[in-house]
Design a protein around this ligand. Structure first.
Ligand code: BGC
Length: 730
């Protein structure tokens, strides 16, 4: 796996594609005729950095400059003389985005730029299944190859700090361990296909409001413990080849050229050897871009030659203002990614699009990511043998989402909406009546018709929630509240009054539910489930699939309960251009636990059609820590999967710490009655906090409770563990 190449200089295997063969042929003709043998940089048997150095030595100054900035919206220039093709970048992260014109955001109008639309990132995170993350990444990598892309812009791992952030749907939730683990799996899968992933947006891009300018102030410990670990995991264990800087500023400097984030932490402390690219139009200054760790400038709103890292950089290099060694480092990083992803080698995989396997992965991510939040008296699964009429109500039953949300939108090969999926699964014996119920600008007549449909049906399936309209789950703006739009609260009340057998299915991210939650027997959170979403949902509703998703973020009862809200506008959305993360470490469940606020649904929560029992907890000491061992039994009547979660709770910490934090998890599939003994190993780092004074992670001696269970608020197993000495850990 190429992830292992990150910090090593290994020999790369031979690969071929038609495209790279063409380039290889050109390069071989041009270069080999002069040297009479394969040049080192084209020789796949040579170590990576030997090839990089050889190629670097052949480039002119102008060619080097051409590699550190864009020459269209999503490409950098080719160097035909040496057989270097144009590099193609693409969004990301839910599939391969449709092509836009070379110099515009408008679609290129191609007919061959469809791709498989995977569920949104937050749905992938809800699976708590890193192997599925790998499969999704791998499928996207295959589609990227088929579409001729080299660098895929994803995954996004910004922490969910406020429910209002317009891009929460793209990210992986509120917990650094869960986000990092899921993203690392995805990256390993994608990069196994000889494309580079680009993790984004580094860092602290936790709101869309004023995203291009907002300055984030956060203290060092919080930065290290909450906002950076997911990136660190993706860099170190995921081996990601590219990192995208964020739009916002951090401590007064834009993140795309933030010396501390890029030079000191990412490249210095973490030893990142890949390339840092800007977000599109995220660069603001040549000097900072040159000196502060940026390697590739994308999307600036100027002519390509006038990009900060184009002519202005060239002029500075020529006049001696900037050192040549700095340019060589940037170019080396770009070439390292190019060569490591086998762009110049014979048998790079050619990829595949929209295969049955990709469709299955899209469906499985949705099936495992849909979360069952409520299920009174076994309201679900629905039994088709006893149902004659289903009223399917709500705009989201027919609304397509895959193309929405802005840069993460996908031109899907097809999209099975909930209506399609339910009608197909219900078959001809059951009468499905659809009623829209609500819509932007809709009127009372819409609601009246829906209520009448509800009254006439055996069961109602309500499909509501949010969508990708600007101001909801969409890039470029935040929500202004957490309410269900378009009068849905009232509509659900009216529907449940007409027919109490109402199953609510919400798409989108979290909303307030207090107005109706008590009245409905069952609730599913379906996020944005991708192009197979309707099928996945139907399979969950009718019991072909036993739900196993768990919330990757707390669902608060109301916006006023949330941490960023509690400290007023200076903590969110910011005052005078600065937002101060006053809640500190208390993000997500860490906040609700510390403040004793009952969430609507806690982090890690999700029901199943079966039940699980946790027993026989034992701690087994290891060389570098301890392993939690316990039995998990499926005590119910159907097969199902459970996510066992392990939290560490310091008993008397010497510094303020969150009550408890997720430090390990494992998802297991169990047949009815089956028991499995699970082990979750913890190293000393699982006990550590970041000490800004010592500039290091410190595992403090003392007692820790280890708690295991099925959500952050349901932890039936607990045992005490003693760390006997205080140590610094990596
Ligand atoms: C987004 C990035 C995206 C880029 C290119 C930006 O607006 O923030 O996530 O990769 O556009 O589309």
């Amino acid at each position: 796996m190429h992830a292992t190449l990150m910090n090593q200089d290994l020999t790369l295997p031979r690969r071929t594609t038609a495209l790279s063969l063409a380039f290889l042929a050109t390069a071989t003709l041009l270069v080999a005729s002069a040297h009479a043998q394969t040049p080192v940089y084209l020789d796949p048997t040579q170590p990576l950095d030997t090839r990089v150095d050889d190629l670097l030595g052949r480039l002119t100054l102008a060619e080097k400059i051409s590699l550190v900035h864009a020459d269209s919206k999503f490409t950098t220039a080719a160097i035909p003389r040496l057989g270097l093709p144009r590099r193609w970048l693409s969004d990301g992260p839910h599939g391969v985005r449709e092509d836009v014109g070379p110099d515009t955001w408008n679609p290129a109008g191609h007919t061959d730029d469809f791709s498989t639309a995977m569920p949104a990132g937050i749905c992938l995170a809800s699976t708590w299944n890193p192997d599925l993350g790998y499969s999704e990444g791998q499928a996207i990598g295959q589609e990227a190859r088929k579409r001729g892309k080299d660098i895929m812009l994803g995954p996004g791992v910004n922490i969910l700090r406020t429910p209002l952030c317009g891009r929460n749907f793209e990210y992986l939730g509120e917990d650094p361990l869960l986000s990092g683990t899921m993203a690392a799996g995805y990256v390993r899968g994608a990069q196994s296909q000889d494309i580079a992933s680009c993790v984004k947006h580094f860092a602290l891009n936790n709101q869309e409001y004023q995203r291009g300018s907002i300055n984030v102030e956060v203290d060092e410990r919080v930065l290290r413990e909450i906002y950076l670990p997911a990136f660190h995991t993706v860099v170190t264990s995921g081996g990601v080849w590219a990192v995208m800087g964020a739009y916002n500023q951090f401590r007064g400097q834009h993140c795309c050229h933030n010396d501390y984030l890029l030079n000191t932490i990412l490249k210095g402390e973490w030893g990142f050897r890949g390339l840092v690219m800007s977000d599109w139009s995220g660069v603001h200054d040549t000097r900072q871009a040159v000196l502060n760790g940026l390697d590739l400038e994308m999307g600036t709103d100027r002519k390509y030659d006038d990009f900060y890292l184009a002519n202005p950089y060239l002029t500075g290099l020529q006049s001696g203002v900037y050192p040549m060694a700095g340019l060589d480092d940037k170019v080396r990083r770009n070439l390292r990614v190019l060569i490591a992803t086998h762009v110049l080698d014979p048998d790079r995989p050619s990829g595949s699009l929209n295969t049955a396997a990709h469709q299955t992965i899209a469906r499985r991510v949705a099936e495992e990511g849909i979360v069952l939040l409520k299920n009174e008296n076994h309201a679900l699964p629905l039994d088709l043998r006893t149902i004659k009429t289903i009223a399917l109500i709500g705009e989201n039953a027919t609304r397509l989402h895959a193309h929405g949300g802005d840069s993460s939108g996908i031109k899907a090969f097809y999209e099975v909406d909930p209506l399609d999926g339910i009608v197909k699964r219900a078959g001809t014996r059951v009468n499905v009546i659809y009623s829209e119920g609500y819509r932007k600008g809709g009127d009372a007549a819409l609601a009246d018709r829906a209520v009448a449909a509800a009254r006439a049906a055996d069961v109602v399936i309500y499909l509501g929630g949010l969508n990708h309209d600007k101001g909801f789950d969409c890039e470029g703006a935040d929500r202004t509240d957490m309410k269900l739009p378009c009068g849905q609260d009232k509509l659900i009340q009216q529907i449940t009054a007409a027919n109490p057998h109402t199953i609510v299915v919400l798409e989108g991210t979290m909303v307030e539910m207090g107005a109706w939650l008590d009245q409905v027997p069952a609730l599913l959170q379906a996020w944005y489930p991708g192009m197979e979403g309707g099928n996945a949902l139907a399979r969950v509703l009718f019991g072909d699939v036993n739900p196993s998703g768990k919330l990757p973020a707390t669902f608060p009862k109301q916006l006023s309960d949330t941490p960023a809200f509690a400290f007023g506008p200076s903590a969110y959305p910011g005052v005078n251009g600065t937002v101060t993360y006053a809640e500190g470490l208390l993000v997500g469940y860490r906040w609700y636990d510390a403040k004793n606020i009952a969430p609507q649904f806690p982090f890690g929560f999700g029901l199943s059609y079966t039940t699980f029992a946790y027993t026989h907890f034992k701690l087994v000491p290891t060389a570098d820590g301890v392993t939690a061992q316990f039995d998990l039994q499926n005590t119910g009547p159907v097969a199902g999967a459970e996510v066992a979660q392990l939290y560490v709770q310091p008993e008397k910490p010497g510094v303020p710490r969150p009550l408890r934090e997720l430090k390990g998890f494992q998802k297991v599939y169990l047949s009815p009655g089956e028991t499995r003994t699970l082990t979750i190993p913890l190293t000393r780092s699982a006990f550590a906090y970041y000490s800004p004074d010592q500039k290091s992670w410190v595992a403090e001696q003392g007692a820790y409770k280890l708690l295991v269970g099925g959500s952050s608020r349901d932890l039936p197993l607990s045992a005490e563990y003693q760390l006997t000495e205080t140590t610094q850990v990596k």
